[in-house]
Design a binder for this molecule. Structure first.
Ligand SMILES: [Zn+2]
Length: 331
């Protein structure tokens, strides 16, 4: 029962009340919306009574259900934007070229149009989109200080987004962006060769992750689970990728693997790795179809690919071609 007391028409007295959840319905712009709301009943006589807070709660729940059905940005997201980019409500409104009070009204619960809602969603989700907007429309802001402060906030956000991406994730994004049809099977092989040849050329590993000797070749387990729904279909990548996140030596290996290894199908590459020492030795006595989670030791990968580099007199990463062509002829 509530601590607070409200007036019950029936009891003609201030009473405590009991709150329960109830499926309710309401109308917005001539359309019916159902939502999970609340009802308050007098603790003494049981009749329904009016409580301000409950009414507010139900109104918000009704509008939330409207937002969901019409794909309108949730109020919680709207409220987080000023804090995320260290900008006031009015300056943000001006930056967007809206009326000075428009964004503030949305914060108070007014419903944005679909068009404005889409802009707000994108601003919240994409710091680089906001950064562009800030640059383009900084003239709308009343003070230079407001611009500087927000600029610092968005720069910090963009930096953490990049550094939180692991090297292996960046490599995957780049591969998917550059190769038109790369299946999960081929992707695993590409990552394995990047790891191996990067070591061969630069004497250090590009990925900290370990791979395992599965039935169909070396597998980076997390990556397998990330893309397994694609089965034998190509994985869809992003249309744009900024390759300046890589050093020139990283990019040289990636580009060579894309050119000289990703041109083969996943199945062909599987036969490559099945004839190479690291996978064979790790599998050891296991039969062909036996599942295994044995780690292919990095040392083995490093030694094997260093020996390959030596044997084929590779000078630059592009010389990987000699090796893959020989492998293709042999299998
Ligand atoms: Zn009552």
């Amino acid at each position: 029962m509530s601590e607070k007391k409200v007036f019950c028409e029936k009891c003609r007295d201030d009473v405590g009340y009991i709150v329960s959840e109830k499926q309710l319905e309401g109308n917005i712009k001539g359309e019916k919306y159902s939502y999970m709301g609340k009802e308050a009943h007098c603790a003494q006589c049981g009749s329904e009574i009016y409580v301000d807070e409950i009414n507010d709660y139900n109104l918000k729940a009704l509008y939330d259900s409207y937002r969901i059905r019409n794909d309108i940005v949730p109020l919680e997201v709207i409220l987080k934007i000023p804090e995320k980019y260290a900008i006031g409500k009015r300056p943000l409104s001006l930056l967007l070229g809206w009326g000075e009070q428009t964004f503030s009204r949305y914060c108070d619960g007014d419903m944005p149009t679909k068009q404005y809602s889409d802009i707000l969603k994108r601003i919240y989700a994409e710091p680089d989109f906001y950064a562009e907007l800030l640059e383009k429309n900084k003239g709308n802001l009343k003070t230079e200080a407001a611009y500087e402060k927000s600029k610092r906030a968005v720069n910090a956000l963009m930096k953490t987004e990049i550094s939180s991406n692991k090297k292996i994730d960046l490599a995957i994004e780049y591969l998917l962006n550059q190769c038109e049809d790369i299946t999960p099977l081929a992707l695993q092989k590409a990552l394995y060769y990047i790891q191996g040849f990067y070591y061969a050329f630069y004497n250090t590993f590009i990925f900290s992750e370990e791979c395992e000797a599965w039935v169909h070749g070396p597998v980076y387990r997390d990556i397998y689970f990330r893309y397994r729904d694609y089965k034998f279909d190509p994985i869809k990548g992003k249309d744009e990728f900024d390759s300046t996140v890589f050093s020139s030596s990283e990019k040289a290996i990636l580009d060579s693997v894309i050119k000289n290894i990703c041109c083969y199908s996943g199945k062909v590459l599987e036969r490559f790795t099945h004839s190479e020492q690291p996978w064979l030795t790790t599998r050891g006595e296991l039969s062909e179809g036996a599942s295994s989670v044995r780690t292919i030791q990095k040392e083995q990968i490093g030694n094997y690919f260093s020996a390959v580099k030596e044997k084929y007199n590779m000078i630059t990463p592009n010389d990987i071609k000699e090796y893959t062509q020989t492998m293709f002829e042999q299998i």
